[in-house]
Design a protein around this ligand. Structure first.
Ligand SMILES: [Zn+2]
Length: 184
């Protein structure tokens, strides 16, 4: 599969298809979006919100939520704010999220079936990580979105003039529901 992708890439370059996508590193709309890695949102989310190449900073993970104040999503947002002209942040969860219903206990079993030693999983407790909770889902999407917005608004390194809002997208129609308004 990956080889086919690399073949496609060669053709893409030869045919200069990249010319349609030329832009720079600064987001035209001064927005950073944190959303879910769900396959249904890959093209739907930018299309439904009118985002073109160059318009936004896009940060994706399972669930589209901020789980740690000093994890990679927050680091990316802070770099966006301080270095790349980001003035607005949208946290966009979505209905029927696969990350929401992840059973941490089940994933732990799957890890063991795939050859991870149970004692290695236990060892992580000493690093402050309970694997079941860490990889598990969340109870309510709107609460997860709201918690992420609040974490960012109260983050000690986030400037107070950055507007941060929370939303839920329908993964079929792209319709957005506002959970937390961005105006503060
Ligand atoms: Zn999802």
């Amino acid at each position: 599969m990956i080889e086919e992708i690399l073949e496609y890439n060669k053709k893409f370059i030869e045919e200069k298809k990249y010319e349609d996508y030329r832009t720079d590193k600064y987001p035209n709309k001064k927005i950073a979006v944190v959303t879910c890695m769900d396959t249904r949102l890959v093209e739907l989310l930018p299309a439904a919100l009118g985002f073109k190449n160059g318009d936004i900073k896009l940060i994706k993970n399972a669930g589209g939520i901020i789980t740690s104040p000093f994890g990679s999503a927050v680091r990316s947002l802070l770099i966006g704010v301080y270095k790349l002209n980001v003035e607005n942040i949208m946290i966009i969860g979505h209905k029927e999220c696969g990350a929401k219903i992840v059973d941490g206990k089940e994933v732990k079993e799957l890890m063991i079936q795939r050859g991870i030693k149970p004692e290695e999983i236990e060892t992580m407790k000493y690093c402050g990580v309970d694997v079941e909770t860490w990889i598990g889902g969340f109870e309510s999407t709107s609460k997860a979105v709201m918690d992420s917005v609040m974490l960012l608004r109260e983050h000690p390194l986030m400037p107070k003039d950055v507007k941060i809002g929370g939303y839920i997208m329908d993964p079929v129609t792209g319709e957005i529901e506002t959970i937390v308004e961005a105006d503060i």
